[in-house]
Write a protein that binds this ligand. Structure first.
Ligand SMILES: O=C(O)CCC(=O)C(=O)O
Length: 250
């Protein structure tokens, strides 16, 4: 991504002030966005054959052939071509602007939220799942214009400054434990985002997403980045490969 100096500074200021920023365009051609989407669609098409450690239903259904709200983890490890897309490079560029030149991808996932679904993505902080890390951010990229009614991201501006909060836990219908937070809805900002744009949020940002009351599937690819030495990065990458190889018989 090539933001000019002024725009880039504005993005950084918004991010550090609010804990999140909406970037309306990453500067990636529509055909390149479509190429990334096709790779993700291909994974979702064979959702039932991907091990449950990677492909699970945020809607809590155990019927893997017909998930309610499918999520796939480690998508760019399962489909390495994703890392060669222009969209991936743009997300990395944004992460490097916000975290510094040493930013590297840590983890990614994709969520396909079908239309007409009342379910929201619970309030949480990414640091709730990664308590020991000091720096991390997520770049959230939609594959369609995502208005509030389509299940846009929601943030509590400034909430990142208070650090990690203790999360509540609940058990889903399929027996998974999920963490969540309760927030004062009056403090919430909706973050609609156009196709080709992205939102980025800090690891301590309190966030969630609304229900998809629109007419189309709300597709999103989310890549988390962190910073660290080359040694730390190599160890993380090796661990991820082992984790995926151990489970992924796909
Ligand atoms: O896309 C969504 O519904 C929510 C994504 C999210 O909250 C996350 O990646 O932490």
């Amino acid at each position: 991504m090539t933001l000019d100096g002024i725009e880039s500074r504005a993005v950084q200021e918004r991010f550090s002030e609010d804990g999140y920023v909406v970037v309306p365009s990453l500067g990636v051609a529509q055909s390149e966005i479509a190429a990334a989407r096709a790779l993700l669609d291909e994974l979702f098409d064979r959702f039932a054959s991907i091990p449950p450690q990677f492909a699970h239903d945020l809607g809590g259904s155990a019927n893997r052939s017909n998930p309610i709200l499918p999520e796939i983890n480690a998508v760019s490890t399962l489909a390495p071509a994703l890392r060669r897309t222009a969209l991936f490079r743009a997300a990395l560029g944004l992460a490097r602007q916000l975290l510094g030149p040493g930013a590297y991808p840590l983890y990614d996932h994709a969520i396909y939220k079908p239309p007409g679904l009342a379910g929201t993505t619970s309030w949480h902080q990414d640091s709730g799942y990664d308590p020991d890390r000091a720096e991390r951010l997520a770049v959230w990229m939609p594959f369609q214009d995502t208005a509030v009614a389509d299940g846009a991201m929601r943030y509590v501006p400034g909430s990142h400054r208070a650090g990690r909060r203790p999360h509540l836990t609940r058990t889903t219908a399929d027996g998974k434990t999920v963490q969540y937070l309760e927030v004062d809805e009056r403090e919430v900002s909706e973050a609609p985002c156009p196709l080709g744009g992205a939102t980025a949020h800090d690891l301590h940002m309190v966030h969630g997403a609304g229900p998809n009351l629109g007419e189309n599937v709300r597709r999103a690819w989310i890549i988390d980045f962190t910073v660290g030495s080359l040694a730390a990065r190599t160890v993380e990458a090796a661990k991820e490969k082992v984790r995926v190889r151990r489970y992924a018989v796909i």
